[in-house]
Design a protein. Structure first.
Length: 187
C-alpha cells in the first residue's frame, strides 16, 4: 500500500521468522522448531544406512570353451542380485588384466535395473508386487577375440541411484563385488 508507514519484506522465509518473533514464546518457540527440524533431518540420515540396497554376490565366473568354428569365448557369470527397491542400478562387467604395468580393463557389458524396468508385455506395472528377496541369475558375456590370452580378474561394479521421501532426497551408492580370477586362453 502506498500510505503504509512500514514497508514489509516480501521474502517468505523472513516473513515467517518475523511472525515467530511476535508470538508469545518468541525466540524459544523458534529454537524448538529449529531443533525439531534438525533432529528430523539427522534421524533421516541415520535411516539411510538401514535402507541401503543389499550387495550383489558373485557366485562363480568361468570362461567357457569356444567351439572350433569360432574365435570368441564366453564368460559365464552366476550371481545373486537383490531387489533394487526405490533405486535404479547401473552395473558394469569388466575383465582386468593381471600383471605388471598399468592396469588394463576390458568392458564386457553393462546392465540397468530398477523398479521402473519391467517386461513390455506386463499390462499394469504399478499393480505388480515388488520383488522382496534376492534372485539368482546367469549372465553370458562375450569375450572379444581381440583380448589377449592370460590371467584376468572378473570385476563387477554397480552404481545405485536411490530416491527417498518421494524423490525429495537422492543418494548415489557405489558398489564393487570382490574380484574373481579367471583365465582366458589355454592354461
Amino acid at each position: 500500500m502506498a500510505n503504509d508507514p512500514a514497508p514489509r519484506s516480501r521474502f517468505w522465509p523472513l516473513t515467517y521468522v518475523m511472525s515467530v518473533r511476535r508470538l508469545h514464546l518468541g525466540l524459544f518457540s523458534y529454537s524448538i522448531a529449529l531443533g525439531l527440524t534438525c533432529g528430523t533431518l539427522w534421524l533421516t540420515g541415520l535411516n539411510f544406512d538401514k535402507t541401503l540396497p543389499a550387495q550383489t554376490r558373485i557366485v562363480d565366473a568361468a570362461v567357457l570353451d569356444a567351439s572350433d568354428s569360432t574365435t570368441e569365448k564366453t564368460l559365464r557369470v552366476e550371481l545373486t542380485a537383490p531387489p533394487a527397491g526405490n533405486c535404479v542400478k547401473l552395473s558394469e562387467h569388466l575383465l582386468r588384466q593381471v600383471g605388471p604395468g598399468p592396469q588394463t580393463f576390458y568392458p564386457l557389458g553393462s546392465s540397468m535395473s530398477g523398479a521402473g524396468f519391467r517386461a513390455p508385455d506386463e499390462v499394469a506395472p504399478a499393480a505388480l508386487p515388488q520383488r522382496v528377496k534376492s534372485q539368482d541369475f546367469v549372465q553370458m558375456l562375450a569375450i572379444p577375440a581381440s583380448i589377449p590370452d592370460g590371467q584376468y580378474e572378473y570385476v563387477f561394479r554397480s552404481v545405485y541411484t536411490c530416491l527417498w521421501l518421494g524423490g525429495l532426497i537422492q543418494r548415489r551408492i557405489e558398489y564393487e563385488a570382490p574380484r574373481i580370477p579367471v583365465r582366458v586362453g589355454p592354461p
